[in-house]
Write a protein that binds this ligand. Sequence first.
Ligand code: ASP
Ligand code: MG
Length: 411
Amino acid sequence: MPVLVMKFGGTSVATLDRIKRAAKRVGLEVAKGYDVIVIVSAMSGETNKLVGYVNETSPLYDAREYDAVVSSGENVTAGLMALTLQEMDIPARSWQGWQVPVKTTSAHSSARIEEIPTDNITAKFGEGMRVAVVAGFQGISPEGRITTLGRGGSDTTAVAFAAAFDAERCDIYTDVDGVYTTDPRISQKARKLDKISFEEMLELASLGAKVLQTRSVELAMRYKVKLRVLSSFEEPSDEAGTLVCAEEEVMENRPVSGIAYSRDEAKMTLVSVADKPGIAAAIFGPLSDAGVNVDMIIQNVAEQGLTDMTFSCPTDQVMRAQKALDDAKTRGDIAFQELIADTDVCKVSAVGIGMRSQSGVAAKMFKTLSDEGINIKVIATSEIKISVLIDRKYMELAVQALHDAFELEKA
Ligand code: ASP
Ligand code: MG
């Protein structure tokens, strides 16, 4: 029988009633003849609570124990979903990551899936089981320890299962009815997209659109998984949601498809570092070893052999970054006068594959921000995106102004 993967996010399994609702959706697909693999998140708010417990217990925690704690939310929903399906007379059972096993790297709290053996679940389907419920977000390391895939990681679990089982489709059920041109909570003019290319979705996700975990889009693109984002609160229909698919299947030809933002950015400036060969390596090596995700980087023009180096990273990594750089200074590997952390910034980005062929997008973006009196602190570009770092208090204004300027409300 063809396999379908259905993933339910935290809001779709937030209560027992919602689990029932989700299970009914699963029932509809089972009735169509699919063998279904259901991937569940923890109940909404649950993972945050568990992360809070860990931080309170041990601020510079052992990442293996962090994973042991924060992975547990999914165990609860997986079991409850299987029980709910059984109550509906649908043969179902649950699997935790290690039972499948979802084999991952040992990079705790941001592990990558390396392999998902299919024999175990396939054999159960062969024996008449119709739904395999798998706890998302978690796996097992080569050392036999529980790992997690990073926040939002159950999306990646879902896509990885869809690839491993050659599923007909991977449906991601969430609390929004699809992918929008920007966050509808920020711009009322945000429009739902029927289709979006893998590449644009990848940029939007990595630039802050929370709808899909970045890694899940990477995987979907690599394995050509047909990915659909839809709401579990809307009536079922074949046209529902947004299809994330290959560029050739998206017909639109506009320079910008979406505006993304990320509130949790920090701008870090190292004042007066020596301008000499190897300095960038001496700074960014320790940061990378400490697990700091450096995003944008600028180096100022040097004066008298000294320069300022600025980079951005997520706000919750500021402490790690400071420690890594201070340690490098203490060791004598780098010298700098001061490290300034500006945590009142945000990143706003315009994304579109049309940028490849149309010019003037950056100019229009900068002009729009300047007309609103917004100062740009750092700029970064790629083939299909332009990002700026600005003061956080202008975030909403910038998103709305750019959405208007690129006329994204028009289909
Ligand atoms: N429960 C995890 C989180 O909140 C994983 C997920 O929901 O995708 O990040
Ligand atoms: Mg999510």
